[in-house]
Design a binder for this molecule. Structure first.
Ligand code: SAM
Length: 218
């Protein structure tokens, strides 16, 4: 939909995403379309397409657009996948996943954020998204296995339940490291054996804490 931010969206995609090497046309198209300014409070709408994260309340953030694109690219979505997201936050990343996959399951530990995200995703017509409030480090066992799992908060280690809920061939993208900086990891499950994992390092990143049983203690 054309709106007063359309030019800013195109510029964001060109200068922040494409210019840094994410060229997947499905991602570029979806990010040109999704109205990111609707996922932040009105006072921050003019900053929504800037090259940085923004506060969304509850000491949490909507991630930098490039980081959203990079992580999504690593999930290799073709359109038919079932995706699990840990850390719904504003719901912006969730909307992108909903554009690119068949079904999205998203878990957020802060109820007010989950409620806000639900409201805006419903408003925009993303009916292929299920949101649950809780500790996402346990995963969503009843809906497993997942073709792709994305963790949008920094973890001290790879949460084991998420590896177990990955389909064979599935990809898990998770920032792992200390509380201030992490390494973005892409884990590909190669067989039924949960130990049989391919690990790739996608670069350094800075995320808020993943808090929970298989994350930080709060
Ligand atoms: N991708 C989101 C966006 O674009 O708005 C940003 C997510 S924000 C960086 C990380 C989110 O993870 C926060 O909303 C935080 O409350 C949530 N979170 C932290 N630990 C969690 C857990 N164990 N389970 C579910 N959500 C968690």
């Amino acid at each position: 939909m054309m709106d007063r931010f359309q030019k800013q969206r195109w510029r964001m995609v060109e200068t922040q995403i494409q210019a840094r090497g994410v060229t997947n046309p499905r991602i570029l198209e979806a990010m040109s379309k999704i109205q990111r300014h609707l996922f932040v409070e009105e006072a921050l709408a003019d900053q929504a397409y800037n090259d940085n994260p923004l506060p969304i309340g509850e000491l949490q953030t909507i991630s930098q657009p490039y980081m959203v694109a990079l992580m999504t690219d690593a999930l290799e979505l073709k359109g038919r996948e079932r995706v699990l997201e840990i850390g719904t936050g504003s719901g912006y990343q969730t909307a992108l996943l909903a554009e690119l996959a068949e079904q999205v399951f998203s878990i957020e530990r802060v109820a007010s954020l989950a409620n806000n995200a639900r409201r805006i995703l419903d408003h925009l017509g993303y009916y292929n998204v299920a949101i649950r409030v809780g500790d996402g480090t346990y995963g969503w066992k009843e809906e497993a296995p997942f073709d792709a799992i994305l963790v949008t908060a920094g973890a001290p280690g790879i949460p084991q339940p998420l590896v177990e809920q990955l389909a064979v061939g599935g990809r898990l993208v998770v920032p792992v490291g200390g509380r201030s900086v992490q390494d973005l990891l892409k884990i590909t499950r190669q067989s039924e054996d949960v130990q049989d994992l391919k690990k790739e390092h996608l670069g350094g990143c800075r995320f808020v804490d993943l808090i929970g049983e298989y994350g930080w203690s709060g």
